[in-house]
Design a protein around this ligand. Structure first.
Ligand code: ZN
Length: 408
């Protein structure tokens, strides 16, 4: 297209024509008005607009033509054999500006209609009108007609509607999009203590302390909004947790847990996303344990697996699962090297708490409370800060898309 354009431009120059390039094909357009502003408002005003000043500005890649007006006036942009013309219902009180930028001369003659004048801008080559509009009076400045010309080349022309020409949109402060909402879900609570550590500590207290530290670190950046599914020792049914995330308009959901296995020296962190079919037997058993929370207070679990199956169908359509998996791997990549990790730490199973269909969600088993070292670390302030810092980096990576060196 660029070559074709160059050829067209050269051909036009060769035959001595300086035409207004308007269409996407780069061809010169016919001598017909291409833009006509509404005159309805002008009819209501008895006095014609007067042009008090006219000037050209060379802005490097564009040349700006400005007319100061006594009031807003309808205008039409026309292609002209020598460049481009502006037909306007106005009278000229000002001197015309000398050559500048792409404009080698400005001349004036009567317009097609009574009371109109035509300002002709002879240009140094084919030009394209990037912008032509009336700027309403502002900051003590009178209304102005502004037209920007760029060197002509193929491409989308600046086709402005009459409405936009007469009533240029006032640039508004775009409302800032709300900060991403991160919902942190401290596992268990109230009558449901979760796993019990070898030290006697409860999972529900460890998860709550961690959730508060994650909230503190996320909020400290000023980049996120944060909500907790609980911020005290209360029981929240499993299905209420994803519901709460949705109600909050969550962009990410992080459920925090700490597992326990009887009589085994298993330790390390693992990260789970939702799937109908568990990635492995251990993940399946873990999901069963975590899904028991509601049974502790006598809630019916029979609909749970059907729920998960249905939700999975919807989730796969909404890309939520892909986003969940992406976030899970970012947590792993950003993990503090001091945090022990379970072999094959990225797993999936049917966790009831991960079932908000449109909220990317992970469940982090931060370690094993049945392992003395893990249990000790999960109760320590230093470890808590490290773990929360890891989650913060993962959240940052998730929202910025920054590449993070893989964990070695
Ligand atoms: Zn748990």
């Amino acid at each position: 297209m660029a070559v074709e354009t160059a050829l067209v431009a050269r051909a036009l120059l060769a035959i001595g024509l300086l035409c207004l390039l308007w269409t996407a094909t780069g061809a010169a357009v016919a001598q017909t008005p291409v833009q006509t502003a509404s005159v309805a408002s002008a009819r209501m005003m008895p006095e014609p607009a007067r042009i008090g000043a006219a000037r050209l500005g060379d802005h490097g890649n564009k040349t700006r033509f400005v007319l100061e007006l006594t009031r807003e006036a309808p205008f039409t942009i026309l292609p002209d054999a020598s460049g481009v013309a502006v037909e306007m219902e106005a009278a000229l009180d000002a001197a015309l500006p000398p050559a500048k930028g792409l404009v080698k001369s400005v001349s004036v003659r009567p317009g097609a209609k009574t009371g109109h004048l035509r300002l002709i801008l002879a240009t140094t080559g084919p030009v394209r009108v990037q912008l032509a509009e009336i700027i309403p009076p502002r900051d003590g400045m009178p209304p102005r007609f502004v037209m920007d010309l760029a060197a002509g080349k193929a491409g989308p022309g600046a086709v402005l509607t009459p409405a936009s020409m007469m009533n240029p949109p006032v640039p508004k402060e775009k409302p800032k999009p709300p900060l991403p909402m991160i919902v942190i879900d401290p596992g268990h609570g109230g009558q449901d203590p979760g796993a019990v550590a070898v030290s006697g500590a409860y999972e529900k207290d460890i998860t709550l302390a961690m959730a508060k530290e994650v909230r503190r670190q996320l909020l400290a950046t000023g980049r996120y909004r944060v909500a907790l599914t609980r911020d005290k020792d209360v029981f929240i049914p499993l299905r209420d947790r994803p519901a709460l995330a949705r109600a909050k308009g969550a962009d990410l959901f992080i459920s925090l847990h700490a597992d326990s296995i009887t009589g085994r020296q298993v330790r390390g962190l693992s990260i789970y996303t939702l799937s109908e079919k568990a990635s492995d037997r251990e993940a399946e058993m873990l999901a069963q344990r975590e899904n028991q929370s509601d049974a502790i207070v006598g809630m019916d679990l029979s609909v749970q697996s059907a729920d998960i199956a249905n939700i999975l169908i919807g989730m796969s359509q909404r890309d939520t699962m892909n986003q969940s998996r992406r976030f899970a791997s970012l947590v792993l990549k950003n993990l503090d090297p001091n945090v022990a990790v379970l072999p094959g730490p990225l797993r999936s199973a049917g966790f009831a708490v991960l079932t908000a269909p449109d909220v990317p969600a992970i469940l982090v088993e931060m370690g094993y409370l049945s392992h003395s070292q893990d249990a000790k670390l999960l109760g320590s302030d230093t470890h808590r800060k490290r773990m929360a810092g890891s989650l913060l980096r993962a959240v940052d990576s998730y929202f910025t898309g920054n590449a993070v060196p893989p964990r070695s």
